[in-house]
Design a protein around this ligand. Structure first.
Ligand SMILES: O=c1ccn([C@@H]2O[C@H](COP(=O)(O)OP(=O)(O)O[C@H]3O[C@H](CS(=O)(=O)O)[C@@H](O)[C@H](O)[C@H]3O)[C@@H](O)[C@H]2O)c(=O)[nH]1
Length: 478
């Protein structure tokens, strides 16, 4: 489906000839031609490339780059050429995962419609870090690692595109990050609520059909969310709950209570996945991920062009990442309401490792495994306390402010979620030790000149979600 932010997409289908005239590199997918912009520098390089074609290597299906002098990261081959399609591979978790797997010898194909970048353009937001285009990213990765990531630009809600991408790449595993992932975005207005649910549910449904029809032995690794469970007054299990009712016992999907149209979309995905695992013997792993923090992974720090995005605004910025930036620029930490909201958190370095673990230990055909993917739980107040303490150590003056909660959620509640399965499979968590906060704070300080203070405020009020399309107003809560 076309995202509301992509009324005038910069990347789309056009003829190879027209694209070439406009300085555009073509990516052929199953007989269709997709196009991407090429810098002047690369245009010149391409003009001169005829003579040196023997030395060049393929990045996309048809785009060529000069062979790098030699890798500057040391890759390994543990992935043994396993073919992994990463849907949403240009996003925060997807990009870090693509590089992590590529570095380890998995053969990676990124599928992305660049929607996340378009949301920023439409809403006037920006990442703390300056990020390169996806084409420059994969080209730079080839230079520093000697590994090639193939790229398919298109929308998985478009069956024709997705089926061709599947047929072309023949994935052994599909890692699906390609959803609208912001709860506040889904609560801006009716259009964005409808987009979020249609995009997420239809996209996942298409992936399930692609597996069934085109690659039945392909394992689906789907990013779910801890927010599917809500905040029940009992322990949260990993996916399933054994219940005895009126003398009979069964193991059932754990009850779901999403707190935004976004979280609800993930619940619908899980339901569709469970059904197709039963009906079509799909093999699926649903990773109910907590709130991710951090930005550095070994691979994304290997070159400035590989740097990951870092969102701090009131729509896409998440709690800890926001607090760190707020501390770096002297903005009061925005604790919503009483601050007793407790969630599971994990370092982005653990996200990438968890995905690898899920791939290396695939579900059997017909099985839907559910893992809770987080390493520690904290309340928002605890996070604010930790950031304040560590900020003061760096000489930052950190003030905590309880602001009226723009969301409808429990602000004081019981929370005890199990998260042992990924550890049993080998995850060694990076815990939120003081050193981590230090280095995250130092990172934010390094980029603080790029912070736009007006983007920090809470941006979307759950109670005021209306039917009117809200773009300008979305950046600031009214
Ligand atoms: O400035 C802020 C920002 C957030 N919060 C509070 O922090 C908690 C978490 O909010 P968040 O914005 O960090 O995360 P959330 O909206 O839940 O969504 C994020 O984390 C989810 C995992 S989980 O929270 O559902 O476990 C993922 O699914 C989403 O894709 C990701 O955007 C909420 O209680 C929120 O009210 C504050 O107090 N102050």
């Amino acid at each position: 489906m076309q995202c509301p932010a992509m009324q005038n997409p910069r990347v789309g289908r056009r003829s190879a000839k027209a694209a070439a005239q406009q300085g555009v590199a073509c990516v052929h997918i199953g007989g269709r031609v997709f196009a991407s912009r090429v810098s002047g520098q690369r245009k010149d390089a391409r003009a001169a490339s005829a003579a040196s074609r023997a030395k060049s290597v393929k990045v996309h299906a048809t785009a060529t780059i000069e062979k790098p002098a030699g890798p500057t990261v040391t890759p390994s081959n543990g992935g043994a050429g396993t073919r992994v399609m990463i849907i949403g591979g240009d996003g925060y978790c997807g990009w870090a995962t693509a590089l992590h797997l590529s570095a380890r010898g998995y053969e990676v194909c990124i599928v992305d419609n660049l929607c996340r970048r378009q949301f920023d353009l439409t809403l006037g937001l920006d990442t703390l870090t300056p990020i390169a285009t996806i084409h420059d990213r994969v080209q730079k990765w080839a230079e520093v690692s000697g590994k090639y990531i193939s790229l398919q630009i298109g929308d998985i809600c478009d069956w024709e595109f997705l089926s061709q991408a599947f047929t072309f790449f023949q994935p052994d595993h599909v890692v699906h990050f390609g959803e609208q992932r912001s709860a506040p975005y889904s609560m801006i207005d009716r259009q964005k609520a409808v987009f979020t649910q249609t995009n997420n549910v239809v996209g996942t449904l298409n992936v399930l059909f692609a597996i069934k029809e085109l690659k039945p032995d392909c394992h689906l690794v789907k990013l779910g969310t801890m927010g599917e469970y809500g905040t029940p007054n009992i322990d949260i299990e990993e996916g399933y709950l054994t219940v005895t009712h009126n003398g009979r016992t069964d193991t059932l999907p754990y009850p779901k209570q999403g707190n935004s149209f976004y979280h609800l979309s993930k619940i619908h995905d899980s339901t569709n996945m469970l059904f197709t695992c039963k009906a079509w013997k799909v093999a699926a792993t649903d990773l109910n991920q907590g709130v991710v923090y951090g930005v550095r992974t070994e691979e994304t720090m290997a070159d400035p062009l590989l740097i990951n995005r870092y969102d701090y605004d009131g729509i896409f910025g998440t709690a800890l990442n926001r607090f760190v930036v707020q501390a770096a620029v002297g903005h009061p930490l925005t604790v919503y309401g009483k601050g007793g909201q407790t969630r599971g958190f994990l370092d982005i370095r653990d996200t990438v490792r968890c995905i690898q673990i899920a791939i290396d230990n695939p579900a059997a055909r017909g099985e839907m495994r559910v893992y809770n993917q987080f390493t520690e739980q904290f309340s928002v107040n605890q996070l604010a306390e930790i950031v304040s303490r560590e900020g003061r150590k760096l000489g930052l003056e950190v003030v905590v402010q309880n602001v009226p909660n723009p969301r409808v959620e429990a602000e004081e509640h019981y929370y005890n979620a199990k998260h042992t399965k990924l550890v049993e499979l080998g995850l060694q968590p990076h815990l939120l030790a003081d050193s981590m906060i230090d280095s995250l704070l130092e990172f934010a300080v390094q980029y603080r000149d790029r912070v736009r203070m007006e983007l920090i405020k809470p941006a979307v009020d759950w109670r005021k979600t209306g039917v009117k399309v809200n773009t300008m107003g979305a950046a600031v809560a009214k």
